[in-house]
Design a protein around this ligand. Structure first.
Ligand code: C2E
Ligand code: MG
Ligand code: MG
Ligand code: MG
Length: 282
């Protein structure tokens, strides 16, 4: 009986494996096609100044508008893009498309905003990355100071390789933010040496802000650290007014989250920004 069970368990296991492998393959092949057609889209999440309440930035978040499967979130295809090497092409597309769109809004009289773009570790480590950034800036004519690249703590783990790249990017005028701060491994001493402008406090700390005293202490420590070292701060995933008030009283600069707005499709961004201007005037 044990043998039969083992065999069943094995069959079940391999069936599950193959369906996962199939999905992977489907996504990988689909992504290749999506990069040629218009299936990838960018959504834009407002980043708000905690004191003035105005939108000061937009984070660019990629989505895949799949003809059969509908809108697919990045968690489902970014890891596959990373493993298959497609992330380089995808990343270039995101950079170029976002910079052009941001420049277009500026030309149409939109406010000066920080445009934050996510960069995977393997994307950052690729030798073509830097030239991709230069090209996107040149092509679009976007002011480099408007561009912020979001990297993760793992980029900091290879300082001898990555520090020169970070320094050259900053020499261009581009800003560097550490995304999901507090979730990875990073040495504070290293952080201090590296050219970084901003820290983004991970949503997991923000989530617990209302009721967990430890999370409140950790967030307070991150805010204190950032202030001491001179980094700007953005809190991610702010969903409640209580979280917003805690963050504001701690001295956090900016926030983004569903309390303010979800990531918006491109055609909804001008209305959002216009609404803000109306608040300012009225
Ligand atoms: P991230 O950079 O930490 O982005 C924040 C994620 O939290 C986004 O998920 C956003 O939609 C979501 N979010 C924002 N506010 C709230 C909130 O109040 N509550 C909740 N529950 N969620 C909130 P999304 O768009 O699914 O992106 C997931 C991750 O995928 C991103 O995490 C980022 O690391 C990665 N990603 C997105 N776009 C790109 C891209 O163009 N290139 C690369 N390499 N990675 C990307
Ligand atoms: Mg991000
Ligand atoms: Mg990220
Ligand atoms: Mg994040």
């Amino acid at each position: 009986a044990a043998k039969a069970q083992g065999r069943n368990a094995y069959r079940f296991f391999s069936a599950e494996m193959s369906s996962r492998a199939r999905e992977r393959l489907l996504i990988e092949q689909g992504l290749r096609r999506a990069l040629q057609t218009d299936e990838l889209v960018l959504h834009w999440q407002p980043v708000v100044d905690l004191n003035g309440g105005l939108t000061v930035g937009l984070e660019v978040l990629v989505r895949w508008q799949h003809p059969e499967l509908g809108l697919i979130l990045p968690a489902r295809f970014i890891p596959i893009a990373e493993e298959s090497g497609l992330i380089q092409a995808l990343g270039r597309w995101v950079l170029m498309t976002a910079c052009r769109q941001a420049r277009l809004w500026r030309d149409q009289g939109g406010p000066r905003l920080r445009i934050a773009i996510n960069v995977s570790v393997c994307q950052f480590a690729d030798e073509g990355f830097e030239s991709g950034v230069r090209q996107a800036l040149q092509d679009s004519g976007l002011d480099p100071a408007s561009l912020e690249l979001e990297i993760t703590e793992s980029v900091l783990q290879r300082p001898e390789q990555n520090q020169p790249v970070l320094e050259r990017l900053r020499a261009l005028g581009v800003n560097i933010a550490i995304d999901d701060f507090g979730t990875g491994y990073s040495s504070l001493a290293l952080l201090r040496q590296l050219p970084v402008d901003r820290i983004k406090i991970d949503k997991s700390f923000v989530d617990d802000l209302a009721d967990d005293p430890h999370a409140t202490a950790i967030t307070g420590a991150i805010v204190g650290l950032a202030q001491t070292l001179g980094y700007a701060l953005t809190a991610e995933g702010v969903e409640t007014a209580v979280q917003r008030e805690r963050l504001r009283s701690m001295g956090c600069d900016d926030a983004q989250g569903w309390l303010y707005s979800r990531a918006l499709p491109v055609d909804q961004v001008p209305a959002w920004l216009a609404g803000q201007a109306a608040v300012l005037v009225g």
